[in-house]
Ligand binder design. Structure first.
Ligand SMILES: O=C(O)CCC(=O)C(=O)O
Ligand SMILES: [Fe+2]
Length: 300
């Protein structure tokens, strides 16, 4: 019988590694110059293990969790086990176990060295990427966020499994965040309906400008929200698990995206909410799904 309602206590003690992490000047300037920064072994194995376990418990339906489950349709149609077709879990900030990532003291210490001590987590996912998953086309995360200023938003993506080119690791286009351009995004070939990518991607930097980010479990890459990045298909028999949260300074503001390239997505998201009987603005949706993780909540 499923143990619905089983309460799994979060593990607030991260004993394997120190709770703080001081960045060097070189690391900080690498981030601002290139739009990304890899930090080796930032997250401890106890935490990573608890995220893997939580994912499997959710797949098996033995715990209650408020996360949103996203399936890869082509894999779902093959009658596989849930962990072989569930591509990702969204909105993980209010899950008892996954929330320990967005509130991880060592990660927040790093984040505060870029955006200050008042931090709101705005977007969150656990990504499974099972064997056979399609590519995630090149995109800019800022396309999704009705929040500015851009330099006060930062993404954190931690490898839970080993990730390399074969199982669809991330790639980045270094320095692409430096141009003050937010590209139009939409449906693109081979990416299914799950992901938006930049339209006319052939006009972007050539393939060889892409830098693959191979990572071991616990390694973490920080991403500037305007940086062009994506990931390849998973061509192996291994999963490619990762956990990711975007953070913004709580002093950021919601902005009106009408008249911008973000307008259509905002209208689609709002229309979907309206169909479910929710009369809320796009900004309200972002307000509901975000969470204060450090300091004082002000504008967001
Ligand atoms: O994990 C991936 O493959 C890509 C994740 C990503 O860039 C995103 O969801 O915005
Ligand atoms: Fe992304």
């Amino acid at each position: 019988m499923p143990l619905k309602g089983l309460k799994v206590l979060p593990n607030p003690v991260f004993s394997e590694l120190p709770q703080n992490y001081r960045l060097s000047e070189e690391q900080k300037s690498f981030y601002w110059e290139n739009g990304y920064l890899v930090i080796k072994e930032l997250i401890d194995f106890t935490s990573l293990y608890s995220y893997k376990q939580r994912f499997l418990q959710i797949c098996k339906g033995i715990v209650d969790s408020p996360v949103m489950i996203v399936k890869e349709q082509a894999l779902f149609e093959k009658n596989l086990k849930p962990e072989e077709y569930i591509n990702k879990l969204q909105e993980i900030l209010y899950d008892d176990v996954f929330m320990t990532y967005g509130e991880h003291p060592r990660l927040l210490d790093v984040i505060s060295q870029f955006i200050g001590d008042d931090i709101t987590a705005i977007h969150s996912m656990f990504i499974n990427k099972p064997p056979g998953t399609a590519r995630h086309p090149p995109h800019q995360d800022l396309f999704y966020f009705p929040i500015r200023p851009v330099d006060k938003i930062i993404g954190s993506w931690t490898a839970v499994d080993h990730v390399n080119k074969d199982n669809g690791c991330l790639y980045v286009i270094p320095k692409s965040h430096k141009q003050d351009i937010l590209y139009p995004h939409g449906d693109v070939p081979e990416a299914g309906k799950l992901y938006h990518g930049i339209l006319n991607e052939e006009t972007l930097a050539p393939e060889h400008a892409r830098v693959s980010v191979d990572m071991a479990p616990g390694d973490t890459v920080l991403l500037h929200p305007r940086l062009l990045h994506g990931s390849g298909p998973n061509r192996t028999q291994r999963h490619r698990k990762a956990i990711t949260v975007h953070f913004a300074s709580s002093a950021c503001e919601y902005v009106d995206v009408r008249g911008s390239v973000q307008e259509r997505l905002a209208a689609d998201v709002q229309a979907a909410a309206t169909r479910r009987g929710l009369r809320v603005s796009y900004q309200d949706i972002w307000r509901y799904k975000s969470k204060q993780v450090k300091g004082v909540r002000s504008n967001l």
